[in-house]
Design a protein around this ligand. Structure first.
Ligand SMILES: Cc1cc2nc3c(=O)[nH]c(=O)nc-3n(C[C@H](O)[C@H](O)[C@H](O)COP(=O)(O)OP(=O)(O)OC[C@H]3O[C@@H](n4cnc5c(N)ncnc54)[C@H](O)[C@@H]3O)c2cc1C
Ligand SMILES: NC(=O)c1ccc[n+]([C@@H]2O[C@H](COP(=O)([O-])OP(=O)(O)OC[C@H]3O[C@@H](n4cnc5c(N)ncnc54)[C@H](O)[C@@H]3O)[C@@H](O)[C@H]2O)c1
Length: 479
């Protein structure tokens, strides 16, 4: 077995691991980045990018189908599943290629392929070929789909997101289990591409939406488009001759249906369990996860750091990159460990309408402010710009603190949420008050005018600023 001694070992060449490597490398050349499977990252290979490519095709189909409402008659819409999937894979490969190239451009001494396991707190065995002794270690091993036992009864018809992007053609029906972020995005996209979809959940949740009013609005909207069983009790899953037969109970009735595939989108589990983490000498919680500080990414008082999806704190791409940076810097400067800057929480779900969350969620607001907060809202049903473009569905709810007027956060289901959410996240991060936000310019006619309406409602409920008069004399029509 080869033996290597390094200052810093990074386990996992995903987004967090690659950024951590880049940062730590500034301080030392005695560094190794270990990858257990293949280069290319979850985001580019099986995550953010291929999912958005599939969604983009679905959006085109949906737009064309809706053209009639504008008096434009494009004719019958046909979806060629093989071409849709070919484009997804071709463009996906274009995103993966530069990531692989940048990995391959690293000095050979800095790269190691093989699954890493802890032998003790400083020693790792990689594959069965190399033993690495490291002064500091960064765990950046990401996560993988979590599949509840009952779903495994679908046998060879059980798929996860990774498999979907390898499909050569679209199937005719899919049962999507898990109405979380992945289930909502892929479920709606497949439905819009002509696949018969039913989305199964257990607790009535949807895409991580915390604000009940927004969640109800989103559930109602999606249920009009495809079958959603948000509170279903799955009784039986069987591999039938023609696919997967599912028996479930809902609203006091029992149902049975057969689908080509069962897509498990039932959450993700951190890749910590195959690391022999018990040998690392870290304090573990009751689920076997090392305790860590989200600001320094350091595990206890140790020389070991955890960044990205593996720590299960903020499993999003931009957070993985930020955490890689913090962990890399701290591994480089250890034992002088510093708190890194954590940004305002921001999450976007690429359904249509999109879903977004910014800053504190409604439960965190209640916990922090008790009764000292107010909620403003706007429905997009009558919002001018949204009506013009035929996207007038959804609800935005904004939260502010009594007394200070501080803008705390927002939850949105509605048009252009990816853009509105950035605007609002920047305001939270800049610690702006609702009054200050209302002093900003708002063009006409734009979706942001709906944001202004929600903020005015909030300002009024906070009893701050001028008492609003009837209507809005200074606004254009349909705000
Ligand atoms: C379908 C889907 C869609 C998504 N869409 C979005 C989106 O639109 N926006 C967004 O912000 N986020 C999205 N995400 C989340 C985003 O992809 C992740 O947050 C991000 O990729 C996590 O990066 P990471 O570096 O932590 O993990 P990864 O990129 O998964 O990297 C971990 C690496 O560690 C390796 N590894 C694991 N164990 C070992 C070991 N023992 N030894 C050596 N190597 C090991 C793995 O092979 C892997 O290469 C999506 C995720 C999915 C699944
Ligand atoms: N747009 C984005 O930013 C984006 C897109 C996709 C994924 N992601 C990231 O990936 C993470 C994982 O996504 P996910 O959708 O797998 O997880 P999730 O935690 O968002 O959702 C999992 C869902 O599965 C449900 N569930 C669990 N067991 C079930 C069962 N037996 N039957 C039916 N439903 C069941 C849960 O109640 C939950 O609603 C997300 O939290 C997010 O961080 C982000």
């Amino acid at each position: 077995m080869d033996k290597r001694k390094v200052d810093v070992a990074v386990i996992g060449a995903g987004t967090a691991g690659m950024v951590a490597y880049q940062r730590a490398r500034k301080a030392t050349d005695r560094i190794v980045l270990i990858e257990g499977k293949q280069y290319g990252t979850t985001c580019a290979r099986v995550g953010c990018m291929p999912s958005k490519l599939l969604i983009a095709a679905a959006e085109v189909a949906h737009q064309v189908r809706g053209a009639d409402g504008f008096g434009v008659l494009p004719g019958e819409v046909r979806v060629d599943g093989t071409r849709v999937m070919a484009r997804v894979r071709k463009e996906r490969d274009r995103f993966v290629a530069p990531v692989v190239r940048s990995m391959e451009s690293l000095p050979e001494a800095h790269r190691l392929l093989g699954h890493a396991r802890f032998v003790d707190s400083h020693r790792l065995v990689v594959g069965d070929h190399t033993e690495v002794t490291a002064d500091r270690i960064i765990i950046a091993t990401g996560s993988r789909p979590n599949i509840p036992g009952i779903l495994k009864e679908a046998k060879d018809r059980l798929v996860v997101n990774d498999d979907v992007f390898e499909w050569a053609d679209l199937p005719s029906s899919v049962a999507v289990f898990g109405p979380g972020v992945i289930g909502a995005e892929l479920g709606q996209a497949l439905a819009r591409l002509g696949v018969r979809v039913r989305l199964f959940g257990v607790s009535g949740g949807l895409a991580g939406i915390q604000d009940e009013k927004v969640r109800d609005c989103a559930l109602r909207t999606f249920s009009e488009e495809f079958a959603v069983s948000a509170k279903a009790e799955t009784r039986r899953i069987e591999r039938a001759r023609d696919g997967v037969r599912i028996t479930w109970a809902e609203g006091g009735m029992e149902y049975l249906d057969t689908f080509d595939y069962l897509l498990a989108a039932t959450g993700r589990r951190p890749n910590i369990d195959h690391l022999d983490i018990q040998n690392a000498g870290l304090e573990l919680d009751d689920r076997g996860m090392p305790l860590f500080d989200p600001y320094t990414l350091r595990c206890g008082e140790s020389h070991i750091f955890m960044a990205g999806d593996v720590n299960n704190d903020r499993p999003l791409l931009h957070e993985a990159a930020d955490e890689g940076r913090i962990a890399g810097d701290n591994a480089a400067s250890w034992p002088d460990v510093r708190a890194g800057q954590r940004k305002t929480p921001l999450a976007v779900v690429f359904t249509d309408p999109q879903i977004a969350a910014v800053g504190l969620n409604i439960h965190q607001v209640e916990e922090r402010c008790h009764t000292c907060f107010a909620v403003g809202e706007v429905s997009f049903e009558d919002q001018g710009r949204s009506k013009v473009i035929g996207k007038n569905r959804g609800l935005l709810r904004v939260y502010g603190e009594h007394g200070s007027g501080l803008f705390l956060g927002a939850q949105m289901f509605g048009p252009a949420a990816e853009h509105v959410a950035h605007l609002l996240a920047w305001c939270v991060q800049k610690r702006m008050t609702v009054g200050e936000m209302l002093e900003m310019p708002f063009y006409h006619p734009v979706i942001e005018e709906g944001v202004r309406t929600a903020l005015k409602d909030l300002s009024n409920k906070l009893r701050m600023g001028q008492k609003p008069g009837e209507g809005c004399m200074d606004c254009g029509p349909g705000v």
